[in-house]
Design a protein. Structure first.
Length: 507
């Protein structure tokens, strides 16, 4: 046990002091890299400079610069300000270095342009307590700072931040009661896309032995597409798409350029294709160096053979975006046909979807094809690629419907976050449980999520059989949990053979 009854810990850069919170010791806002400003702007993260004395680790570090977006957290206090964006937070049952508890490192989502580890929905106290694990959450650069492909800057700086945070975990987590040899990365949405990317990145190899990817997005950019998008971002800022030029703009003002582009991306459908309707001009870039290839290619070739994988998705992923856009029940036949032509695989995708779902209600296929393209099929394909490459994967699908708004949201995107963390009244949970309270079913699902996720972090086994191509066993998470053949078999057949390549620039 460290001094001050375990509240003070010495890291490689200096001592930090946390606070006791209901049987845990919590440390917030510990820097894992220098602030990426000045000469460090748009560059790979740099090692943090050591400090003298003891640093109080009581408050979350400031969020990385980002545009405004739906956060679902009206009651949240104002976020801290400053340039120390690259920080980690630690929840631990105790700081005895001999404890060697499993370590779980959370990577937030947010379309690669939003997110902050200090969001109340990511409060990890319930998860750490339930599983007797050490939970680490981290900040990484998003939007233009983290993902725009700029001249004079490395690609995928947000992913490089995540690698630097994992290196901090490797070098320091023993002092917080964790085991650096038993690290699990886990994330949702863009966080799951980040986890998938880390599996494919040479720089991340050996930094974790298990990975959990919740709702993996299928969007990865080719370098040509990313450069073209960067040119348009530069035009919005009135500058060249280069690190030296954009460094002249205050980091807190630059996101406005990305926000303006996001609002009119549909104008670029002839060049950007499927990216144009997504309203986010950011994704990991397959640049051939930081990210040599897509995660599906990497895993199929055996890159994840030594990493155990837990991956899955929610049944009604895209319905959240319909609700946020006030489009539920308002999709026209013309919109549905356009979505099928753009997103369904193959030259006959639209007719294939209509034939496969003959009983679909008007507008239903608009949601179905975007759920499949954006989240469910990429997640399934990741399990398939891991298995094909000689690795071990476990697959799940969440089918329990969110009770908020009369149940119209179904098992939508993001529902797994409040269920996993037990933070029903924070962030998106405020919408998903609006007007419904927290039913006993939700608390039972939370217990199931936490047991499976922390059990996986401890042993590599979440409690159901490993994925195999023959039967595709899938843990269905609902009021009644059961292992079934993959439930979305109709969609799977439609997408059979589609490899989710890096999205091209259309000539």
């Amino acid at each position: 046990m460290t001094s001050a009854e375990g509240l003070e810990v010495r890291t490689a850069a200096g001592a930090v002091r946390g606070r006791a919170v209901d049987g845990l010791v919590v440390f917030r806002g510990i820097p894992f890299a220098e602030p990426p400003v000045g000469e460090a702007r748009f560059q790979a993260p740099r090692p943090v400079v050591s400090w003298e004395g003891t640093r109080e680790a009581y408050a979350f570090g400031p969020p990385p610069p980002q545009e405004a977006g739906f956060q679902g957290r009206a009651a949240q206090p104002a976020a801290p300000t400053g340039d120390d964006w690259l920080t980690v937070n630690v929840w631990t049952p105790g700081t005895d270095p001999a404890a060697r508890r499993p370590v779980m490192v959370w990577i937030y989502g947010g379309a690669y342009k939003l997110g902050h580890s200090g969001s109340p929905g990511y409060d990890a106290q319930h998860l750490a307590r339930a599983g007797d694990v050490v939970v680490v959450t981290l900040n990484y650069r998003v939007g233009i700072e983290g993902f725009a492909l700029l001249e004079g800057a490395p690609a995928n700086r947000g992913l490089l931040d995540q690698v630097a945070a994992l290196e901090w975990v490797r070098d320091n987590i023993t002092a917080f009661g964790g085991d650096p040899g038993q690290v699990t990365v886990f994330g949702e949405s863009a966080g799951a896309g980040s986890v998938a990317s880390l599996l494919a990145m040479p720089a991340a190899r050996g930094l974790f032995g298990r990975a959990v990817a919740q709702s993996v997005p299928g969007t990865y950019f080719s370098a040509e597409l990313a450069r073209d998008i960067a040119v348009e971002i530069g035009k919005e800022a009135g500058l060249a798409p280069a690190a030296a030029a954009l460094s002249a703009v205050d980091p807190r003002e630059l996101p406005a350029a990305g926000e303006r582009l996001s609002s009119r991306m549909r104008e670029y459908e002839d060049r950007w294709g499927q990216v144009a309707p997504t309203a986010t001009p950011f994704s990991p870039v397959v640049d051939g160096e930081v990210l040599p290839c897509t995660p599906w290619e990497a895993l199929a070739a055996g890159a994840g053979r030594d990493v155990e994988l837990l991956v899955g998705h929610n049944r009604d992923e895209y319905r959240l975006f319909l609700a946020l856009g006030e489009q539920l029940g308002r999709i026209t036949g013309e919109q549905e046909a356009a979505a099928l032509r753009l997103f369904a695989p193959g030259p006959d995708g639209e007719s294939a979807y209509r034939a496969a779902f003959p009983q679909a209600a008007p507008g239903e296929l608009y949601e179905r094809v975007q759920t499949d393209w954006l989240f469910s099929m990429p997640s399934l394909r990741l399990a398939e690629a891991q298995s094909a490459g000689g690795g071990r994967a476990h697959l799940y699908e969440l089918t329990w419907p969110a009770p908020g708004l009369g149940g119209v949201l179904g098992a939508c995107h993001g529902l797994d976050i409040p269920l996993l963390f037990g933070t029903y009244d924070a962030d998106l949970g405020q919408l998903l449980f609006a007007g419904a309270g927290v039913p006993d079913e939700a608390r039972a699902l939370t217990a199931r999520f936490q047991s499976a996720w922390t059990g996986f972090a401890r042993t590599g086994d979440p409690g159901w059989p490993a994925f195999e191509a023959a039967g595709r066993p899938t843990q269905v998470l609902d009021v009644r949990a059961e292992v079934l053949p993959y439930p979305e078999e109709v969609s799977r057949r439609l997408w059979d053979g589609y490899g989710f390549p890096a999205l091209p620039l259309l000539k």
